[in-house]
Design a protein around this ligand. Structure first.
Ligand code: SAM
Length: 263
């Protein structure tokens, strides 16, 4: 039996029981192997664009004796699946822009897919943006720390059956509707749509210590960039520094405000 990392285990827990799954960028096919071994699913595609990880996936599946249940395929993104073949897609351990571009390039393969479970290593906002622009409802977000790294897991569903379309659309609109979260000396602190995309609409709603740690560390990184820009006399560097300063101020305000309202 395979033992997963905490990160992959949290992804596995979000896979709907009994669904057919495609794990794109599967590397050693750990996730699909675990899901089948646990009896959570009975069919999976493990997709890989590179031959090395594809071979590793094939070895894993063969040694687990699961060749009849897990199909290992070589190809770019969603090119490895047929429309209607799976109901759940997992894409983990890549940058957010790459995940969004894989989904965008494979839109026609998303027919019949009801659940996306996405774990970008960076650039989560690019994933949220793609989901929002393409009719997917972000239904949950999770955040965890493992081996000194922080990961976010985004789960989204698609209302393909058009059930309660009005309620579904209203939930989609509400998710990124600007929210007032407190007061500062300058007036109300409002979370804009852009800020919600960046910080995570569900994560902001229920800010955990890990989430606060993540944004404190992001602020420290931004500050280092700001300091390096201060050493340049270029007008463009001065402008970038100004934008960065504003962004940092907004994020800091939100962190301070949300930490105050924590019980
Ligand atoms: N999903 C596993 C996880 O989260 O532990 C493996 C992540 S590994 C860091 C990223 C994998 O994605 C690599 O094996 C890489 O070959 C694969 N990959 C990158 N771009 C891809 C694409 N466009 N289509 C399929 N696989 C891709």
């Amino acid at each position: 039996m395979i033992k997963l990392s905490k990160r992959l285990e949290m992804i596995a827990r979000r896979v709907p029981q009994g669904s057919r799954v495609a794990d794109i960028g599967s590397d050693h096919a750990l996730l699909p192997t675990y899901l089948v071994q646990q009896g959570m699913i009975s069919f999976a595609v493990a997709g890989e664009v590179n031959e090395g990880p594809r071979d590793a996936a094939q070895n894993q599946v063969r040694s687990a004796g699961l060749g009849a249940k897990i199909s290992v395929r070589l190809g770019n993104g969603l090119a490895v699946i047929e429309p209607g073949e799976v109901e759940t897609i997992t894409i983990a351990g890549m940058g957010g822009s790459l995940i969004a571009s894989i989904l965008d390039a494979g839109k026609q393969k998303l027919t019949g897919v009801r659940t996306l479970i996405l774990q970008p290593n960076v650039g989560e906002d690019a994933v949220r943006q793609w989901l929002d622009e393409n009719g997917w409802l972000l239904t949950s977000e999770a955040i965890l720390e493992e081996d000194g790294k922080i990961y976010e897991i985004l789960t989204a569903t698609y209302n393909e059956a058009n059930e309660n379309q009005e309620a579904y659309e209203s939930m989609r609109q509400q998710l990124y509707a600007p929210r007032v979260i407190g007061q500062s000396e300058d007036g109300e602190i409002t979370l804009s749509k852009e800020m919600l995309m960046r910080l995570g609409p569900w994560l902001v709603h229920d800010p955990s210590q890990v989430w606060v740690t993540k944004w404190e560390s992001e602020l420290a990184k931004m500050d280092r960039v700001r300091v390096s820009m201060s050493q340049s006399d270029l007008e463009s560097a001065k402008q970038k520094k100004e934008i960065l300063t504003q962004e940092m101020k907004q994020i800091q305000e939100v962190l301070t405000c949300l930490q105050k309202v924590q019980p």
